[in-house]
Design a protein around this ligand. Structure first.
Ligand SMILES: Nc1nc2c(ncn2[C@@H]2O[C@H](COP(=O)(O)OP(=O)(O)OP(=O)(O)O)[C@@H](O)[C@H]2O)c(=O)[nH]1
Ligand SMILES: [Mg+2]
Length: 423
């Protein structure tokens, strides 16, 4: 069973740099003092084991981080926006939304508790005019715009692992209970061995959820391979809490319980040590209710968590879910609290730049730095244009354009703009 959500993320835009000149009484022409813009906020995914499902991630939602602040006079830097954290269950895999299901490469695999992945980077802040001052250009009247943050359409996928396993004899009412708890619809029938495969359901407890697995019934010898249940004891191994369902219409539910516990013990792998909630089922039957009251006294003496329920009428099933949830929280709290060191997976950096002629013959420069400069400098401004060309030359773009036989004044394309080279 797979839980999915399609969402978009938009990292924050960088703040614009400021154009400003120092002002003081009796100092008529102060130097440039425009400050830089702040960084836009990143979008960060964090693997968090307190979530079991993607229910809290709203389908179709766009998650947007804040924009960086503008730079100010007196070299005041704009504020950088905080990152936007999206907490997802451990085991969530992030895919580009455009990939067909089952193809392509995931963007990130949040497979370890505490793992952090930057999914979209915030834009850089633009430089203030102070930074563009040179000995020959003492008073630049331009600054740089902040750049856009990354935008991505994503599909999140989570393979559900059950938190809670339902165990009991065949016909005890496990599938009926999962139907009462969740939207899952396992087959229910008045004979044993109705359930042939485990089935998962998402159970809501207030605003929280956990995943419960309905199992085929266990019988004597299951641990040795008798019946259907043995194949699925491995699944139970991966759950954290068991709900042990007893059919109270049967003659000796205490003996039934002992039988199941003995099989769990014989199978090993820690199954017998898993915390249990005992569900005394079918108390809509008067005789069953009497037996439940009597057995409850003994269970209390043992210090066992239990609850009379009727999976059929849903009496007590919500309270049972709350009990299972509380045990689950206790188990989670005991699991190692030490989160591993944060792991960042930045996008691979592209080469500094590439130059080639496009099909229409226009020379095109691609690359992070040239595109960023072209998109953030106001190329209607003569000085800003000179700044772009100077920086491109320093990157080696001039030589690459010479090789492509681009003449000064010829239009070239960078990022979202076209500009006449060198003019
Ligand atoms: N009276 C009554 N009958 C119930 C209750 N819960 C389940 N049953 C009945 O018990 C029978 C078995 O229910 P299931 O939910 O299929 O039992 P199961 O434990 O999933 O059985 P297997 O899949 O064979 O292991 C069905 O006829 C249910 O209608 C209950 O609370 N009260
Ligand atoms: Mg069943």
């Amino acid at each position: 069973m797979i839980d999915q959500a399609a969402i978009s993320v938009v990292a924050g835009r960088g703040g614009d740099g400021a154009v400003s000149f120092h002002r003081e009484k009796f100092v008529p022409r102060g130097g440039p003092d425009g400050g830089d813009g702040g960084r836009g906020g990143d979008i960060v995914f964090v693997a968090d084991r307190s979530y079991s499902t993607l229910r809290h991630v709203r389908e179709g939602q766009t998650y947007k981080a804040g924009d960086g602040g503008r730079g100010g006079p007196n070299q005041r830097r704009g504020a950088s926006a905080p990152e936007l954290e999206l907490r997802v269950p451990v085991g969530t895999v992030v895919w580009p939304a455009v990939e067909p299901v089952g193809e392509g490469q995931p963007i990130a695999d949040l497979d370890v508790e505490g793992k952090r992945v930057v999914i979209a980077r915030g834009g850089r802040g633009g430089w203030g005019n102070k930074r563009f001052a040179t000995p020959t250009r003492k008073a630049p009247r331009f600054a740089q715009w902040g750049s856009e943050g990354d935008q991505r359409a994503l599909r999140l996928e989570l393979k559900l692992l059950a938190d809670v396993g339902l165990v009991g004899l065949p016909n005890a009412g496990k599938s009926t209970l999962l139907r009462a708890w969740s939207a899952a619809t396992p087959k229910v029938a008045p004979y044993p061995f109705t359930t042939l495969e485990p089935e998962l359901g998402v159970v809501a407890v207030g605003y929280e959820t956990f995943v419960a697995a309905d199992m085929p019934g266990l019988i004597e010898g299951a641990s040795q391979g008798v019946g259907l249940g043995h194949e699925f004891l491995r699944h139970i191994e991966r759950t954290r809490v068991l709900v042990h369902v007893l059919d109270m219409t049967r003659e000796d539910p205490a003996a039934d319980r002992a039988l199941i516990d003995a099989e769990l013990d014989a199978f090993g792998h820690g199954l017998a040590e898993k915390p249990q909630v005992i569900a005394l089922n079918k108390v809509d039957d008067p005789e069953a209710r009497e037996r439940a009251t009597a057995l409850g006294v003994l269970l209390d003496a043992e210090g066992v968590v239990w609850r009379p329920i009727s999976a059929a009428t849903r009496e007590g099933t919500q309270e049972l879910a709350q009990q299972a949830w509380r045990l689950l929280q206790e188990v989670r709290a005991q699991e190692s609290d030490v989160a591993p060191l944060p792991v960042l997976h930045p996008e691979p950096r592209r080469q500094r730049f590439e130059a080639s002629r496009a099909e229409d013959g226009v020379a095109v420069i691609t690359g992070n730095t040239p595109e960023w400069l072209a998109n953030t400098l106001n190329l209607n401004d003569f000085e800003a244009r000179q700044e772009l060309f100077d920086r491109l030359r320093k990157l080696g773009v001039g030589r690459a354009l010479d090789r492509l036989k681009v003449r000064p004044g010829e239009r070239i394309r960078i990022g979202d703009v076209e500009v006449e080279w060198g003019l």
